[in-house]
Ligand binder design. Structure first.
Ligand code: NAD
Length: 289
């Protein structure tokens, strides 16, 4: 199998054309900076202009199909790696209000459309890494609905599907910020579903699910949850930095992860295994054996 592991430079990003969405802030910005430092050619896509020097900046609004198509027309015909980082925290984000459909579209439907538009430009052994969230960790409880959503064909069909299933879906969520959680669960299930078909083309597709991360978005999560502060931090006691999340993305899109695909890497310092401890505290000892 010829992939990046045949060189001594295990990350091997020098000269690689890397599309990074959400490159103007937070984790996407951190990824773009690290990639530039590794010698990659960064094509930055964002609704806001990136403050850092990059090989090329392309404005895109992932809520808008025409904007996605226009951005795709400006992206080079060959792309080696895709980093899909853009997203919003819920119907409240960056001082603006969005519809539930906007949240679903920016975080999942639009992100998927852009990735699908880039897949034909990826070479054999190309790869894609996207950012989901620990907010999407309960995707298995709605697996069948999400599989149905994942199989929708294109931007408009996916938006219609959400409109048709919105009420049914909301009833299955108990937590606050339903549109955000729904969008991240959808992203994880689609990633897993699509990774299998992409394996036949030797293209890898993975995600990271960050726990609480110290970015400008962090405050918006409590605004979307009626002021309740997020609790997605393990006993480590501190939120992650955007660079820690970006490094995990860079790992997944490197030859170090050359046989890894369809995986949701929870970059959460053991936050999502908390449930096991709660179970161990309540289960009788014999039943735990
Ligand atoms: N910060 C956290 O605690 C946390 C936790 C888990 C997952 N996430 C996810 O991580 C990803 C990165 O978020 P972040 O924390 O770095 O936030 P951020 O707000 O710093 O960055 C998000 C970026 O997405 C861009 N963006 C927003 N709407 C867009 C649109 N319509 N079209 C194109 N670009 C758009 C923004 O301009 C910004 O540059 C998001 O997908 C988010 O859902 C964040």
């Amino acid at each position: 199998m010829t992939d990046d592991t045949t060189t001594n430079d295990l990350l091997n990003y020098a000269g690689k054309i890397c599309v990074v969405t959400g490159a103007a802030s937070g984790m996407g910005q951190a990824a773009a900076r690290l990639l530039t430092g590794l010698g990659a050619e960064v094509i930055a896509l964002d609704v806001r202009e990136t403050p850092d020097p990059v090989a090329k900046f392309i404005r895109i609004d992932l809520a808008d199909k025409d904007s996605i198509d226009a951005a795709l027309a400006e992206v080079p015909q060959r792309v080696d790696r895709v980093f899909s980082c853009a997203g919003i925290a819920g119907t409240i984000y960056a001082g603006r209000t969005f519809s539930e459909l906007d949240v679903l579209t920016i975080n999942f439907i639009g992100a998927r459309s852009l990735i699908e538009g880039l897949i034909p430009r990826l070479p054999r052994d190309g790869s894609i890494a996207l950012i989901a969230s620990t907010g999407g960790m309960r995707w298995q409880t709605r697996k069948n609905l999400h599989l149905d959503f994942a199989r929708t064909d294109g931007f408009e069909a996916a938006q219609r599907w959400f409109g048709d299933h919105r009420d049914e879906l909301e009833q299955t969520f108990t937590g606050l910020n339903f549109p955000y959680m729904m969008s991240k669960e959808a992203l994880i299930v689609w990633m897993k579903y699509r990774a299998y078909t992409l394996s036949g083309q030797r293209i890898r597709l993975n995600a990271i699910s960050p726990a609480a991360t110290d970015t400008p978005m962090a405050e918006d999560f409590s605004r979307n949850a009626n002021g309740l502060r997020g609790s997605h931090i393990s006993e480590v006691g501190v939120a992650s930095t955007p660079e820690q999340q970006a490094r995990a993305l860079i790992f997944l899109n490197s030859g170090l992860a050359g046989y890894v695909s369809g995986q949701d890497l929870q970059v959460d310092y053991a936050f999502t295994v908390k449930g096991l401890h709660e179970m161990a505290a309540t289960e009788p000892v014999d039943a735990a054996r």
